[in-house]
Ligand binder design. Structure first.
Ligand SMILES: Nc1ncnc2c1ncn2[C@@H]1O[C@H](COP(=O)(O)OP(=O)(O)OP(=O)(O)O)[C@@H](O)[C@H]1O
Length: 494
């Protein structure tokens, strides 16, 4: 057994993140850890990889007790972590990110040519084809995620810990990662895999452990003896997921009209309309142009062409978009979404604040905290309005991003992977909220790497390839299979 943990506990102030957790990971297995947002998954993997020290409990590797002083300490013992929050160095190049210790260990072993030679097969295996000299911060989120995985693989770990490795990845990249993991496992590597994609988990993992409220609710059960229902029941305990029927919507009038929209290098001559109350999906592989549509409509790109949003022209900046009532919920919460060093309530009121001015903002503090409670309860955010946002679990942070836009009562909703890293019950709740916004007559544009999400929510989906709008699937024709085919079909169908 390379890793054996007994009685791990971790408290943050009054919050119990992990309580008396036993966990084992064998060579040549993928052991998945699942649970709702805030269940303690990241805390467990951070302890096992030396990032966080437990309050109590013991860890042994190959039967030898270990105490990790740091992540580097764990690395020297063969334990590598790909953390949930991406930690690429944005100003360093791809190759510098892959070999962050190279400047310290200078010498013939790590000459630039040698580094490139070592990196090439790993990046190839992962399907990450980017110039080695490119600045990591300029890469799309999915490539940054692959870059981090590549960095961990180059360490040739005996134990590889992946915390939500596929949250930004398209299906093809996920499939490639699965093949890589299968190869690693066949070589005897032990893999700990944390994910909210339960089907993916049951596909790749040999065993699954479920955490609930910091405790083990299902311990290392073989995936051949448990199904999706069993895992979900263990995750939720006595609770059930409330799936409220999607409110009947009446779409009327054109709310968004786009004609000949282009963004240099990203989008070419795209035209479509969205009715009030309609949810229109945007789908495409990486760099297909669908995200450029959101950027153009939210003031984050300078487009050419003709745009009318509720009768007004396209906003020229993110601030102008906010003032025009256009909400943009990003997938990259670290970069665009949140002030992590501020309490939750300041984040949830950050957008409304732009409209009401700083002085009033302070005067209305209690009211804003109440609003944060209200949305926190609605989206089941685990954490109080006064908690620092950075102390919330990843999925709960994503819910705060959503809450801050809801609190601003927007008139146009633009969403980019809004449920990334969010657990199944919160996902259902967020879907209900999106459907309600549409039912209230708001136009919604939804980009998502989660094809099931597009099928569940959208009235129709626009499919993009290489900067062009190539097809449109009405609700009646929507399926994950159909979407996948449309996204991958040869360029220029139209
Ligand atoms: N640094 C911290 N300070 C305070 N509380 C924390 C800290 N880190 C985690 N917590 C709390 O511990 C609990 C468990 O968090 P953890 O990140 O382990 O959950 P998780 O299962 O990984 O959730 P998610 O699926 O959202 O990533 C949460 O209530 C979280 O708010």
């Amino acid at each position: 057994m390379p890793v054996e943990a007994v009685g791990l506990s971790k408290h943050y102030g009054g919050v119990t993140a992990l309580s008396d957790v036993d966990f084992e990971l064998a060579p040549g297995e993928v052991h998945a850890v699942v649970g709702e947002n805030g269940a303690g998954k990241s805390t467990l993997v951070k302890i096992l990889s030396g990032v966080v020290r437990p309050d109590s409990g013991a860890i042994s590797i190959d039967g030898t007790p270990v105490t990790f002083g740091s992540a580097r300490d764990a690395l020297t013992r063969g334990v590598a972590l790909v953390a949930q929050e991406l930690a690429v160095f944005p100003d360093l190049s791809v190759i510098e990110n892959l070999f962050p210790l190279a400047p310290i260990r200078r010498g013939p072993l790590l000459s630039p040519r040698r580094m490139a030679a070592l990196a090439a097969p790993v990046l190839d295996e992962l399907g990450l084809h980017v110039p080695l000299g490119a600045r990591a911060g300029t890469l799309p989120l999915a490539d940054q995620q692959l870059l981090e995985i590549g960095r961990a693989l180059l360490r040739r770990p005996a134990v590889l810990i992946l915390d939500e490795p596929t949250s930004a990845l398209q299906r093809e990249a996920v499939d490639r990662l699965m093949s890589v993991l299968r190869r690693l496992v066949s070589r005897g590597v032990a893999v700990l895999y944390v994910s909210h994609f339960l089907e993916e988990v049951l596909r790749i993992a040999t065993r699954v452990t479920v955490l609930r409220d910091g405790r083990v609710a299902m311990a290392g059960v073989s995936t051949s003896t448990v199904d999706l229902d069993g895992v979900v029941t263990a995750m939720l305990g006595s609770r059930t997921i409330e799936r409220r029927p999607v409110t009947q919507r009446h779409t009327a009038g054109t709310a968004i009209a786009v004609k000949g929209l282009s963004v240099p290098g990203q989008l070419t001559d795209v035209s479509f309309t969205v009715a009030a109350g309609e949810i229109v999906g945007l789908a495409g592989l990486q760099d297909a142009g669908h995200l450029a549509v959101l950027a153009a409509l939210s003031g984050r790109a300078t487009p050419t062409g003709h745009v009318r949003i509720n009768g007004a022209s396209a906003p020229r900046s993110p601030r102008a978009a906010v003032r025009a009532g256009i909400a943009f919920v990003p997938s990259d919460r670290k970069r665009y979404g949140l002030m992590l060093d501020k309490p939750v309530w300041q984040n949830t009121s950050a957008v409304s604040w732009l409209g009401i001015g700083r002085a009033t903002w302070w005067l209305r503090q209690q009211q804003l905290i109440d609003t944060a409670w209200q949305y926190g309860t609605r989206l089941s955010i685990r954490g109080a309005p006064t908690d620092l946002t950075g102390t919330l679990s990843g999925g709960n942070q994503q819910k705060v991003v959503m809450a801050k836009w809801l609190a601003a009562e927007p008139t146009v909703i633009l969403l980019d992977d809004p449920t990334r890293g969010v657990d199944i019950s919160a996902r259902a709740e967020m879907h209900a909220v999106i459907a309600e916004l549409a039912a209230a007559g708001k136009p919604v544009l939804l980009a998502s790497t989660d094809l099931a999400e597009l099928c569940e929510l959208c009235d129709r989906v626009l499919v993009f390839q290489r900067g062009r709008l190539v097809s449109e699937l009405p609700h009646t024709e929507l399926s994950e299979q159909a979407l996948s085919v449309a996204m991958n079909a040869g360029f220029g169908q139209r």
